[in-house]
Design a protein around this ligand. Structure first.
Ligand code: SAM
Length: 291
């Protein structure tokens, strides 16, 4: 079955009927049925015939067909075993696709890139299952898997959180973590009627292009992220209280006060007003003092 065949809702329904497929809510199954959205995802992911693409959750293979035509090779990881025979059918004309029936959170993507792409960076493209968006994206970044870019459909609010900066209500630990590793760009907003079944929330396609090196230099990445998490754990508290009350950090009170002072901030400052650069300075100061 060739490209664009499944992006048409009638063909999707036909395949679902043929295999008597029932959607599993627990797997976040909302299949794309809009060819314009599919074209846009593929274009914005900037895939070439040199690329190895990792697709997370191919579903019935709708986007996989597009990816197979654009890329050198596609590895598609799907958790639902009921979709595997369907994928064998819808992808039978493509010899550059490998489907793996596994939970993406259990896949060693670094090993996959080693074996399939000589360790070179892969491009990740997916209409993600929304219940595990953050662990998937942070897992790819934090484990330092060779990844060039991640172009994904996510819940609209999550896309906004990834892209926003200080002073915005959506700003938080996810914004800072994503922006430490990558340059986010929201490609398109996508309404519920582009999916089957329709999700209850709005969606957006976001492209995260990995930085060659992080935009700020920190001596201890883990400390930076512990500090960021502690600062946003208690949103209405001051930064000083957030850091003091964190279970994962043990920083003496006077060092916290000094660290905030050297940022040129008052004692009442909240984490949500700090930029990534300020968090980096805070982290480096604390690291030096607690050594
Ligand atoms: N790519 C398809 C499309 O756009 O029509 C399906 C997208 S659907 C939003 C998410 C897909 O991810 C489903 O096929 C679901 O079964 C799969 N999935 C859910 N959890 C997964 C996991 N932990 N690992 C791999 N795939 C998963």
């Amino acid at each position: 079955m060739r490209k664009a065949a499944l992006g048409n809702p009638q063909n999707t329904i036909e395949i679902l009927r043929k295999y008597q497929f029932t959607f599993q809510k627990k797997f976040g199954q909302n299949f794309l049925i809009d060819t314009h959205v599919l074209d846009k995802i593929i274009r914005s992911a900037k895939i070439t015939k040199d690329d190895l693409v990792l697709e997370i959750g191919p579903g019935i293979g709708t986007m996989t067909q597009y990816l197979a035509e654009a890329a050198r090779r596609v590895i598609a990881v799907e958790i639902d075993k009921n979709l595997i025979p369907i994928l064998s059918d819808t992808l039978r004309e493509y010899d550059n696709v490998k489907v793996i029936n596994e939970d993406i959170l259990k896949v060693d993507v670094r090993k996959l890139a080693e074996e399939e792409n000589e360790g070179k960076p892969v491009k990740v493209v997916a209409n993600l299952p929304y219940y595990i968006t953050t662990p998937i994206i942070m897992g790819l970044f934090e484990s330092h898997v060779p990844v060039d870019s991640i172009t994904v459909m996510v819940q609209k609010e999550v896309a906004q959180r990834m892209q926003t900066g200080p002073g915005n209500k959506d700003y938080g630990a996810l914004s800072l973590a994503v922006q430490y590793y990558a340059e986010p760009y929201i490609v398109a907003n996508v309404p519920p009627n582009c999916f089957m079944p329709r999700p209850k929330v709005g969606s957006a396609v976001i492209r995260l292009t990995r930085h060659d090196s992080p935009p700020v230099q920190v001596k201890d990445e883990r400390l930076l992220f512990d500090i960021i998490r502690a600062s946003f754990n208690q949103r209405r508290k001051t930064l000083a209280n957030g850091l003091r009350n964190s279970g994962s950090l043990d920083i003496p009170r006077e060092i916290i006060v000094e660290a905030i002072e050297q940022l040129g901030k008052g004692a009442e400052v909240r984490g949500e007003s700090l930029t990534l650069e300020e968090f980096a300075r805070l982290s480096n100061y604390i690291e030096e003092k607690i050594q």
